[in-house]
Design a binder for this molecule. Structure first.
Ligand code: SF4
Ligand code: FE
Length: 507
């Protein structure tokens, strides 16, 4: 483990070297992840979270009462609603600067959820989980390391609970224990940003029953534990990073990262355990994590800013920046993008305090934000492709642009507006390709669909929280239908929070 805090991007990259990770990619064991051309862009994206903290302290750092110092915001427990709001601002900014998933919000949202859950389990059972968690977090804050959150089990047959699966390893579970700790086996699937983290916070994946007790586990595991195997996910067009053509990648510097993580009897000492058997808390932990994470998806509004800019640039290079239908489509993209941001940041603004002192964002608005995210980037991608035109998918390679014979032909026939170098046109088309059907479409589109829960998961929450009975009363009252008027002033839970004027003073 690190001996001194990470104080620069170089320190961060250095901290990832010389670890004995077992990583498979393309049927081979990868010896050096940091310099691997396909993996390096995902490490650059996380590096940007360090860079931003050094450059813009207000946006990307916060004072932590846990370690009594200024820390990276990704390691911070929200101690007031403004902390949640600033998380969203930082996420939008990092989306703008990387055009992809910068991978650290999963860990941040896991930290925030575990803070309150461990407190509440201890309150009920007299356990030591909150103390364990705080001492782990203090170490992470002091060393300025990266924490990944690991939640998504492969799940096997979706109609069955974990204990009913033919193969119990389809959900991470405790397989053995001794007086010093527990041993866990199983896997976490499509895990964002694991190789470039230092520790993983393992969490259960849904509500559990008493028979699922062994699956009710949460704890911290070092990424370089010898009993972990990683199988790196490939992304569309990822091999363009191997052929040395910067233009063809669309975004040479940044990408996301996903892997399957396999745990084979990984030992977790008692002091790194945050939940062990208290199955009734698993559902609440997942619910809190997804609430935080669904409004974290304002990250996509930062990517949207890039896509809107790329689309406007493409129109400009094509010579039609002032066509009225193009302006209108850019307005439509902006409207969609700001709706994502607006609902996410409102969720943070409507925060309420939990028993542990951590603040929780509004669940209805968080789910509305994420539901928008499952749709709007697709529509924005459609509009971007509409404006860019077919060249973004028929453009020859950079090597042809550099070829003695083909190059001059491409220069002649792919000219757009006077004064715009043809290669600049190619670069902007490739960026739109990258975000809408290339490597970073993983982050902008499909991750928007399924990350933090697929669309139906948000609709289930909205169905539970939409208070139809109360809304019916409101309408019946105005329509002159006799109702029990006392019911009208009994606000359901959600409206109590919406109309609570003093919640920010609650301490
Ligand atoms: Fe953060 Fe967005 Fe990536 Fe999730 S998808 S880790 S919220 S950047
Ligand atoms: Fe995600």
């Amino acid at each position: 483990m690190l001996e001194k805090p990470i104080q620069s991007v170089e320190d961060y990259k250095q901290s990832l070297r010389n670890r004995k990770l077992k990583v498979y990619f393309f049927g081979e064991l990868v010896k050096n992840i940091v310099d691997h051309p396909v993996i390096a862009p995902s490490i650059n994206a996380v590096s940007k979270t360090y860079e931003l903290a050094f450059e813009d302290e207000e946006l990307a750092t916060a004072y932590s009462s846990i370690s009594d110092k200024k820390i990276n915001r990704f390691l911070h427990v929200a101690e007031k609603p403004e902390d949640l709001v600033f998380q969203n601002k930082m996420q939008r900014r990092l989306g703008q600067l990387t055009g992809t998933c910068f991978q650290r919000c999963v860990g941040m949202d896991a930290i925030n959820s575990l803070h309150s859950i461990t407190y509440e389990i201890d309150e009920k059972y007299g356990t030591n989980y909150h103390k364990n968690f705080l001492s782990f977090l203090k170490m992470a804050q002091e060393l300025n390391i990266v924490i990944g959150g690991a939640m998504t089990d492969p799940k096997g047959d979706r109609s069955k609970k974990p204990f009913e699966q033919e193969d119990p390893d389809l959900h991470v579970h405790v397989v053995d224990r001794d007086e010093k700790g527990v041993f866990i086996s199983g896997a976490k699937a499509h895990q964002t940003g694991c190789l470039n983290s230092h520790w993983l916070l393992v969490m259960p994946n849904g509500s559990l029953t008493e028979q699922d007790k062994d699956f009710a586990f949460s704890g911290a595991v070092p990424v370089d534990d010898p009993n972990i195997t990683y199988i790196y996910g490939r992304q569309s067009n990822d091999l363009r990073h191997l052929d040395g053509s910067e233009i063809d990648t669309g975004n040479f510097s940044y990408s996301g990262q996903e892997a399957l993580i396999v745990f084979d009897r990984v030992f977790v000492p008692c002091e790194r355990v945050f939940l062990d058997g208290q199955y009734e808390f698993a559902g609440t932990l997942v619910e809190r994590f997804t609430n935080y994470h669904r409004r974290s998806y304002v990250c996509k509004s930062g990517l949207g800013d890039v896509l809107i800019g790329a689309t406007a640039t493409a129109a400009d290079y094509n010579g039609v920046p002032n066509a009225s239908h193009i302006k209108d489509k850019l307005v439509e993209m902006t409207h969609l993008n700001e709706t994502i941001y607006g609902t996410g940041i409102s969720s943070s603004n409507q925060a309420y305090r939990l028993k542990s002192g951590a603040w929780m964002c509004d669940d209805v608005l968080a789910n509305v934000c994420k539901q928008h995210v499952t749709r709007f980037p697709y529509e924005m991608g459609r509009l971007a492709q509409d404006i860019a035109g077919g060249l973004m998918v028929t453009l020859p390679s950079e090597k042809d642009f550099n070829h003695d014979v083909a190059g001059p032909l491409l220069e002649k026939y792919f000219k757009g507006r006077k004064g715009v170098p043809v290669k600049h046109r190619a670069r902007i088309f490739r960026l739109i390709e990258n975000m809408t059907l290339g490597r970073n479409a993983v982050a902008y589109l499909t991750e928007s669909m399924h990350g933090a829960g697929s669309p139906q998961a948000q609709r289930i929450v909205l169905f539970r929280k939409m208070d139809i009975a109360y809304k019916k009363l409101l309408s019946q009252n105005l329509a002159g239908i006799p109702i029990d008027r006392k019911e009208l002033v009994k606000f359901p839970e959600y409206y109590k929070r919406v109309f609570n004027k003093s919640m920010r003073d609650e301490k």
